[in-house]
Design a protein around this ligand. Structure first.
Ligand code: PEP
Ligand code: CO
Length: 459
């Protein structure tokens, strides 16, 4: 596995194959009870069509290069964990609606183009802090995402089942198919801007604020038409690019969907356009970084508060040895209390290295806590507070705060505290349906978009 191509030295230059990660230490991977069955499933996945195309991943990379250059902003959003049980056209549509609404608010409020990436159509595998959990009297293996085991707290459900990878593949394909139809077939047309506002949102303060923008967009479109501008042929008004992304955690699955591009000979992980390495799996010599460095997709890496500048620069070197614009997204998730102290040395180190990267703020994963009512939750104020800190750090260092990465749903859930229509601890059990981490509901998401648009304007 450690063969070197002649003169090459650093980690980034070692030879690479989709299987190279197998020679490295891997954390967070399931132990399949029957490894030969897992290999059979990998074989079937290898024979199935790619979910996305190399050319699309290249287009996303070019769009991310614009973000890295400070000319665009990226909104990455969706479930913490997609679920086999909550899978319907309506829930996909509602997730798309909220992403489109947030993008409208951000674009309209800031005047900056907004690139959209969903945590969707493949976001199934979850890294966990503990291998087991206690449920009542039972000590159970932890839930690792529906691509691996079941969340139902019974011993049989928690046994990893490789066939779940096929279900995840097919669910991803169906999700992507619907997203492509929605984004290219008229649903995402700007003239539909009102129809994305769901009833339970429209009745709220944030919903009304959104309606006001939608009305102004309508008026602008009418004005342009009246001036003789031919809007019928202008595709950015009628179609939207929505890219997909997920954590490249379950490496057997990702390897099986990695394909050699016939045009360039390069390898692309065709399970999604964008793949990231999580905070728990970003060891420089580990399997996940090894896998990510060889695929040509745009890739990301999560950075928690323990990240040192040296470690980060080494990761940049391995993941982006050619310093290719748009290739690397650094996703900081420090927590509201630490972002202003832990992020500056990292931003400074990257800036001094002369690298061009996308800086994205994940204000969710550093702000999770267990509430008094024993629910895992996050507070809207902490989420917004971390984003504010992220913007302040970048502004002080003349660096571009390139985007946000949030966990949300289009549904009227009660999983995160706060927001204008303040959700209180005692309300959490009302509609707490997430398969993993607590998500912002549609109202909180729109409120957040308005606040981020303000920050962008100030910038
Ligand atoms: C996630 O994005 O769902 C996640 C687990 O994040 P992190 O790796 O930052 O903890
Ligand atoms: Co999460």
């Amino acid at each position: 596995m450690d063969e070197r191509d002649g003169t090459a030295t650093g980690l980034g230059q070692r030879r690479w194959e989709p299987t190279s990660w197998r020679g490295r230490e891997a954390t967070q991977l399931p132990e399949w009870p029957d490894p030969s069955l897992a290999e059979q499933v990998h074989g079937r996945l290898r024979a199935l069509p790619p979910l996305v195309f190399a050319g699309e991943a290249r287009r996303l990379k070019r769009a991310l290069a614009e973000v890295a250059a400070g000319r665009a902003f990226v909104l990455q959003a969706g479930d913490c964990a997609e679920s086999f049980d909550d899978f319907s056209a309506d829930s996909i549509r509602d997730k798309l609606k909220i992403i489109l609404q947030m993008a409208v608010v951000l674009t309209y409020g800031s005047g900056v183009p907004v690139l959209k990436i969903g945590r969707i159509a493949g976001q199934f595998a979850k890294p966990r802090s503990h291998p087991t959990e206690r449920v009542g009297d039972l000590q159970l293996p932890v839930f690792r995402g529906h691509i691996i085991n079941d969340d139902v707290p019974v011993p049989a459900g928690r046994v990893p089942d490789p066939n779940r990878m096929l279900t995840a593949y097919h669910q991803s394909a169906a999700t992507l198919n619907l997203l492509r139809a929605f984004t290219k077939g008229g649903f995402a047309d700007l003239s539909q801007v009102h129809s994305w506002n769901q009833e339970f949102v429209a009745a709220s303060a944030e919903g009304r604020r959104y309606e006001a923008i939608a009305e102004e967009i309508d008026r602008a479109l009418r004005f342009m038409r009246a001036c003789g501008v031919d809007l019928t042929s202008d595709s950015p008004i009628h179609q939207v690019d929505l890219y997909t992304g997920h954590e490249a955690l379950l490496l057997g699955y990702e390897e099986a969907l990695t394909r050699q591009d016939s045009l360039t000979g390069d390898f692309y992980d065709c399970s999604a356009h964008f793949l990231w390495v999580g905070e728990r799996t970003r060891q420089l010599e580990g399997a996940h970084v090894e896998f990510a460095r060889g695929i040509k997709n745009p890739v990301g890496v999560k950075l928690g508060p323990s990240t040192s500048p040296e470690e980060l620069l080494a990761l940049c070197e391995v993941l982006d040895p050619e310093r290719e614009p748009g290739r690397l997204t650094l996703i900081s998730r420090m927590g509201v209390g630490r972002v202003r102290e832990t992020l500056p040395p990292l931003v400074e180190a990257v800036r001094n290295s002369g690298r061009s990267v996308v800086w994205q703020c994940d204000p969710m994963h550093g702000n999770t806590f267990v509430s008094e009512s024993s629910r895992k939750t996050r507070h809207f104020d902490d989420v917004l507070g971390e984003i504010k800190g992220f913007f302040a750090v970048h502004r002080a260092l003349s660096s571009w705060p390139g985007g946000v990465h949030v966990e949300l749903t289009g549904d009227d859930v009660t999983e995160c505290l706060g927001g204008i229509e303040e959700i209180l601890d005692e309300q959490l059990p009302l509609r707490y349906t997430t398969a993993c981490d607590p998500r912002l509901n549609a109202r909180q998401s729109i409120e957040l978009a308005f606040r981020v648009a303000e920050l962008l304007r100030e910038n």
